[in-house]
Design a protein. Structure first.
Length: 350
């Protein structure tokens, strides 16, 4: 055989082997279902993490992350082993009471929180999510430094913006699908009192989010997402054992589990809108990430819970919002609550 033909045959054989290898590797992650045409997704866990079942400790931005890391550094039973950066997101991997933890910031806003949470669930074997951050108080009972752990999370600005109805003061023209939802609302609220009693805020008409997950044939109207009962129970136990905590050496913080939180794509700093959110959603707190995190965890069947430390009064104050005065201090308080919860969870795992 001529030398040129011999080498050409070897090269072609090598290329064929590479193609077969790539096809086989891809099939390991996505196996088509020939009956339905669906693809069963397999997580692509980062090397060296596949055997760990992490508790994900998540925050939105730097002051909250600083609160977590400074608290962690003071604990003899907690440490970071290594850091991995994926698509710009830094994941800190370590252990608390010898249980694996992963710490990272999602970035602020619904979109960032949802995207980064899904990335983490795809890249790391995460068993449960505990999100900690600051929030604005909707219930006038709460003040900066108080920590609220809601049972349910709603989107307050999933909505219809509508035109006024000509000749009818205070009335608006809504789409047919939205009117149908309103007509069905009384029966749905009779079956589930946690569904909001929707009413408009001027031209803004609140609505459910539509969600689909494995096991559902079509998207379903979903008014809220519920935190995991097991994690909420651990939180109740944790805060019952915590010592009193003073905020800026002035007032004693209150810690509570229960009620509703609301998430939106806006920094809520308006007194009238705050009152409307309280009336419609019976909300305790508002912020910009939690419902998105809850939705992603719901779709992925991952247990989750949100801890929120009050940094401001969401427009209930007089004058300029004071969130920037309290964010670092109350983030540390939120971190203390979070690690008290972790203490409960890790003691259960032993």
């Amino acid at each position: 055989m001529p030398k040129e033909r011999y080498y050409a045959t070897k090269v072609n054989g090598f290329i064929t082997v590479c193609i077969v290898f790539l096809i086989t590797a891809c099939q390991q992650f996505s196996q088509p279902d020939l009956q339905t045409g669906s693809i069963q997704h397999q997580p692509n866990y980062i090397a060296g993490t596949k055997e760990d079942g992490f508790t994900a400790i998540m925050v939105a931005y730097a002051p909250e992350l600083n609160g977590i890391l400074s608290t962690l550094e003071s604990l003899p039973n907690a440490h970071i082993d290594r850091t991995i950066t994926v698509k710009g997101v830094t994941y800190r991997l370590g252990r608390y009471n010898d249980q694996p933890i992963i710490i990272f910031a999602t970035g602020m806003s619904i979109a960032n929180a949802a995207m980064t949470t899904q990335m983490a669930l795809d890249y790391f074997p995460i068993d449960e999510v505990v999100y900690m951050g600051i929030a604005g108080a909707i219930n006038p009972r709460w003040h900066p430094g108080d920590v609220i752990i809601p049972e349910r999370w709603y989107y307050h600005d999933e909505s219809v913006y509508s035109n006024p109805s000509p000749g009818q003061a205070g009335q608006y023209i809504v789409p047919n699908y939205y009117q149908k939802m309103l007509d069905e609302l009384p029966a749905k609220r009779a079956a589930d009192p946690n569904i909001p009693n929707y009413k408009p805020f001027e031209f803004v008409h609140p609505d459910h989010v539509v969600v689909i997950k494995d096991g559902q044939e079509k998207p379903v109207d979903t008014p809220y997402f519920s935190a995991s009962p097991r994690l909420l129970a651990a939180a109740r136990q944790a805060i019952s054992t915590m010592p009193p905590r003073l905020i800026l050496d002035k007032r004693r913080a209150e810690f509570t589990v229960g009620g509703n939180g609301v998430t939106g794509s806006v920094f809520l700093d308006n007194r009238a809108y705050r009152q409307w959110v309280r009336e419609v959603f019976h909300a305790e707190v508002t912020e910009m990430e939690s419902a998105g995190v809850g939705q992603v965890c719901y779709v992925n069947d991952t247990e989750w819970m949100i801890i929120r430390a009050i940094s401001d009064l969401a427009g209930g104050q007089e004058g300029v919002n004071e969130e920037d005065i309290y964010d670092e201090e109350v983030s540390r308080v939120g971190a203390e609550v979070l690690f008290a919860v972790l203490e409960q969870l890790t003691s259960q795992a032993e």
